[in-house]
Design a protein around this ligand. Sequence first.
Ligand code: PLP
Length: 420
Amino acid sequence: MAVIAAGTSTPTPADFDTLLRQDPEIAEIVLGELARQSDSLQLIAAENFASPAVLAALGSPLANKYAEGYPGARHHGGCDLVDAAERLAVRRATALFGAEHANVQPHSGSAAVLATYAALLRPGDTVLAMGLPYGGHLTHGSPANFSGRWFDFVGYGTDAETGLIDYDQVRALARERRPKAIVCGSISYPRHPDYALFREIADEVDAYLIADAAHPMGLIAGGAAPSPLPYADVVCATTHKVLRGPRGGMILCGAELAERVDRAVFPFTQGGAQMHTIAAKAVAFGEAATPAFTTYAHQVVHNARVLAAGLEGEGFRVLTGGTDTHLISADPSPLGLDGKTARDRLAQAGLVLDTCALPYGEARGLRLGTAAVTTQGMGETEMARIAGVFALVIHDDGELSRRVRTEVRELAGRFPPYRG
Ligand SMILES: *Cc1c(COP(=O)(O)O)cnc(C)c1O
C-alpha cells in the first residue's frame, strides 16, 4: 500500500481520496495536520517522522486481525501471517539490541513500564526512581498514575550545581529504603545514565534494575548512546521517539525473565496485540539496523550539541551545560521570560516544543529535541539558525513575529518530512 502521492512536497496517503470523499471533515484535519507538521519545526523531544514504509504497515489490513497470545500460541484462528510478522519483529529487536528476549506487544511506553512492574513487583513494593521535578516520567511514581497509587516510590534527584544525577544520594536512598527495584530513565535528562553504577547500587541492596530507555532507544540502536542491556534486568522503551517507528512500546530482558515479562504483557495488562503496529515496529527495527540510521543517530546528537551551544550563546541556561543525547533542557529565565510564555511565543513563530519541570524552584523550563528535524535532513547550519530564531522570538515585543514565522516556514519548506 503506497502512502506517498508523487509530485507533491506535502504528500497524502494513496487512499486519501477515499477518505476525502467519504469523510471530508476528518480528511481536512489529516491534511491540516500534515501541513502543520511540514511548515513548522517539530522540536518536541519525543517526536519524529516515521518513514512511509512504517506508515504503510500501520495503515495495512493487519489492523483488522485479532491475535491474543504469542506466535504459535494464539487464542484466535488465522494468525499464521501475523505470527510471521511478530516473529520478525522479535528477531530484529533482539539482534538490533543484543537482547536474549524481546516483547514487542506493549501498546505504548507506559504500557511497557506497567507490564515490567507487574512482572517484577507486588503492589506496595518500594521503588527508587528519578523524582518527577528532576525529569522522572509519570510512570515513575506520579500520584496521578498507577505507579504512584500502587507502589511506594522514592525519588532521587540531580545535583543543584551540575544538574547531573546525584549518585551518592541514589546509593544513600537505596541503602535506607531497600527498594525492590531501581528505575533509571527520564523524560528530560540530557546525559547518559551511568548504567554500571546503577547496577552496582542495585546489587548492593538486592534490587532489580529497570532501565526506562523510552527516549534514547533510537540512539542506542544507532550506536550513539551506551546500551543499558548489559546492566539492567529489564529495559523498557518506546518505538516512536528517536527510534522513529510506530507509536508503541517494547520490553527487552534476559531469558530467565522472558516468561514473566510475556505473561505480564498478555494476559495480565493487555488483550489482543496490535498486529499492524507490530509489523510497523519490525519495519522500523529493519531501518534502525542500517548504516544510514547509525549516521542519523550520531547526527541527532551532533545537532543537539550545536543547538544547545547556540541557545547557551543566546543567554539561555542550558541544564547540565549541554547534552549527550537528542534532548535539551533549557531555562529561559535569564532572558526575563518564564518557560510557558517562551513556549507559547515560540509556538506562534512555528517552533513547537514543550515546557518541563526544573529541578529548582517553581518556574518551568523548555524541553526540546533534534530527532525530527534531523530526520528532515537538517544539520549544523540549520541548528545555528534555529538558535538565532529562538533569540529573536524571546526578545520579540510582537513586531518581529510575522517575519520570524516566515523565516521558519521557509526553513521547514526546504526540508519536507515527506517528499513527493
Ligand atoms: C515517553 C516515555 C514513556 C511513555 O511512553 P508513552 O508511549 O507516552 O506511554 C515512559 N517513560 C519515559 C522515560 C518516557 O520518556
